[in-house]
Write a protein that binds this ligand. Structure first.
Ligand code: UDX
Length: 463
C-alpha cells in the first residue's frame, strides 16, 4: 500500500520508517527543506535508538523516500497521515491546530476518492470533524474518510512501541476505512497485535485519557515516595508490592523528580483546556499537573538540603539532562527547574548528558558542560543523578568519589546500586527512602536518626 506521511518530526519519521519496514511504500513529506535535504543524506533530525538504521535500510530498499510537497507525491496514495506538531497555545495551553489545518488543506487539494486521511498527531476531541470539514471544503463530494489513529510511542523505544504495540486504535465509523486501516496494519495484527476499532471521537479521547492516567500514576507514586520518606518505608518495596496487583500493574511506578517530555505536560494541559471549554471539571488531571509542577521545585530544595542547606560557593554536578534516557529531548525536563533552583540558591552547576547537551544549551544558562561524567564531578560537593542513562549506572564510583570535594550522591531515580555508592564512601540520598532524612523538607527541625522514642497518639514510634 502507499502511504504519505505529512510531518517528518518525531512521530512522522518513526511511523514512516516503521510502515516502510512493514512493506508499505512510504513518502515522508516535510515543508522544512533543510530537514528533508538532511534526511536525503541519511542524517536524522532527532536521536532515537535504531532509527538511522531502519531509515537507511528502507531507503535502500526503495520503500521510503522524502519530499517537500504533498501534491508532488500524492498519486496512488491509499492513506495520508497527518503527523505534524500540536504545540500548546501560549496563554491557555490548548493545542495549536494550525499545522493540522494546513496539512489537511494541502492534502485536500490532491486526495483521491477511496483514500483515507488519518490523524496521528495528538489532537483534541472533535479535531477529526475539523479535518473533514477542511478537506470537504477544498474537494467537495469526495469519497474520503477521516480517521483517528493516535500514536503511543515512547521516546527512546519508539520503534519497538510501533512494531510491538499494546494496541492499535483506529477511530472511524466507516466500514471501508476500517478495512483499509486493517490492511495497513495487517503485518502487525498477523503477529498478534490487537487492533481496536472505535468511533473517531473515542480514539481522540483514548490518547489523552491514557497519557493523563499515566501522568497521574507517576504523580501518585511520587506523593507516596514523600510519604515513605516521612514514615520510614522504602518506596521501592511499596512500588513492588503495589505493582504485583494486576489491577495496578508494575509499570510507571518509579518515583523520581517528576515527569517531563513533550507529551505528558502538554497533553494534560490540553485535555484540561478542552474539558473547560465543555464545562467539565477534571480535578484529578488538574491535581496531577499541580503535583508535578510542585515536585520539580521541591526536588531542587531537597538537593540543597542534602548539601547542607545553602548553595553559596557549592559546586554541584548534574548527571543527565534529558527528560529521560535514550533521547536528546530536553522539553519540560525536570533538569531545567532543578538546575535553575540550584543556581538561584548560589550553587554553580557542571553537567554532562550523553546526548542532550546540544539541546540543553537552549534551555539552560551558566552551566559548565563536561566531556564525560568523570570530568563533570571534579571538585564538586555533590553529584545529582537526574536522568538514569545506562552509562551512569556502570560508573566507577570510587574514582568519582576520589575527585570530589564532598561525597554526597543524590539519586533522583533510585537507579544506582546503593551498596556500590556506600562502598565508595558516599552519603547517599534517594527518593522515597528513609536513609535520606536530610533531604526531607522538614529535616532542619527533625532529628536525623530514623528512630526516635516519640510516640504518636496511637502509640506508634515516630521517625
Ligand atoms: C509518553 C507516553 O508513554 C507515550 O505512550 C506517548 O505516546 C507519548 O508520551 P514519552 O513522553 O516518550 O512517552 O516518555 P515516557 O516513557 O512515558 O516518560 C515520560 C516521563 O515520565 C519521563 O520524564 C519519565 O522519566 C517519567 N516517568 C516515567 C517517571 O518518572 N516514572 C515512571 O515510572 C515512568
Amino acid at each position: 500500500m502507499k502511504v504519505v506521511m505529512v510531518g517528518a518530526g518525531y512521530v512522522g519519521l518513526v511511523s514512516s520508517a516503521c510502515f516502510a519496514e512493514l512493506g508499505h511504500c512510504v513518502v515522508c513529506v516535510d515543508k522544512d527543506t533543510s530537514k528533508v535535504a538532511a534526511l536525503l543524506e541519511g542524517k536524522m533530525p532527532i536521536y532515537e535508538p535504531g532509527l538511522e538504521e531502519i531509515v537507511a535500510h528502507n531507503v535502500a530498499a526503495g520503500r521510503l523516500s522524502f519530499a517537500v510537497s504533498v501534491a508532488d507525491v500524492a498519486a496512488g496514495t491509499d492513506a495520508f497521515f497527518i503527523a505534524v506538531g500540536t504545540p500548546p497555545r501560549p496563554g491557555d495551553g490548548e493545542a495549536d491546530l494550525s499545522h493540522v489545518r494546513a496539512a489537511a488543506a494541502e492534502i485536500g487539494t490532491c486526495v483521491q476518492a477511496g483514500s483515507v486521511v488519518v490523524t496521528k498527531s495528538t489532537v483534541p476531541v472533535g479535531t477529526g470533524d475539523m479535518v473533514e470539514f477542511v478537506i470537504r471544503s477544498v474537494r467537495a463530494n469526495n469519497n474520503v474518510e477521516v480517521v483517528s489513529n493516535p500514536e503511543f510511542l515512547r521516546e527512546g523505544s519508539a520503534i519497538l512501541d510501533f512494531m510491538k504495540p499494546d494496541r492499535i486504535v483506529v477511530g472511524t465509523d466507516s466500514l471501508w476505512a476500517r478495512s483499509l486501516m486493517g490492511k495497513l496494519y495487517e503485518p502487525l495484527t498477523a503477529e498478534g497485535a490487537t487492533l481496536l476499532n472505535t468511533s473517531r471521537r473515542a480514539a481522540e479521547v483514548i490518547k489523552y485519557a491514557a497519557n493523563a492516567f499515566l501522568a497521574a500514576k507517576i504523580s501518585f507514586i511520587n506523593e507516596m515516595a514523600d510519604f515513605c520518606e516521612a514514615t520510614g518505608a522504602s518506596i521501592d518495596e511499596v512500588s513492588k508490592g503495589m505493582g504485583l496487583d494486576r489491577r495496578i500493574g508494575e509499570a510507571f511506578l518509579n518515583a523520581g523528580p517528576g515527569y517531563g517530555g513533550s507529551c505528558f505536560p502538554k497533553d494534560s494541559m490540553a485535555l484540561l483546556a478542552t474539558a473547560h471549554s465543555h464545562s467539565v471539571a477534571l480535578r484529578l488531571v488538574e491535581s496531577t499537573i499541580a503535583v508535578n509542577e510542585a515536585r520539580k521545585r521541591a526536588v531542587g530544595r531537597r538537593i540543597l538540603n542534602a548539601i547542607g542547606g545553602v548553595g553559596n560557593g557549592k559546586k554541584v554536578a548534574v548527571l543527565g539532562l534529558t527528560f529521560k534516557p535514550n533521547t536528546d529531548d530536553m522539553r519540560e525536563s525536570p533538569a531545567i527547574s532543578i538546575i535553575s533552583s540550584l543556581q538561584s540558591a548560589g550553587a554553580s552547576v557542571t553537567a554532562y548528558d550523553p546526548e542532550g547537551m546540544r539541546h540543553a544549551r537552549l534551555y539552560l544558562r551558566d552551566v559548565a558542560y563536561a566531556a564525560d561524567a568523570y570530568e563533570c564531578v571534579e571538585d564538586v560537593d555533590s553529584v545529582v543523578l537526574v536522568t538514569e542513562w545506562d552509562e551512569f549506572l556502570r560508573l566507577d564510583f570510587r574514582r568519582i568519589a576520589s575527585v570530589m570535594r564532598q561525597r554526597v550522591f543524590v539519586d533522583l531515580r533510585n537507579a544506582v546500586d546503593v551498596s556500590r555508592l556506600a562502598a565508595a564512601g558516599f552519603a547517599v540520598h534517594r527518593i522515597g527512602h528513609p536513609q535520606a532524612p536530610s533531604i526531607l523538607p522538614r529535616s532542619a527541625v527533625r532529628p536525623q536518626a530514623p528512630q526516635s522514642k516519640t510516640l504518636s497518639a496511637n502509640g506508634i514510634p515516630q521517625i
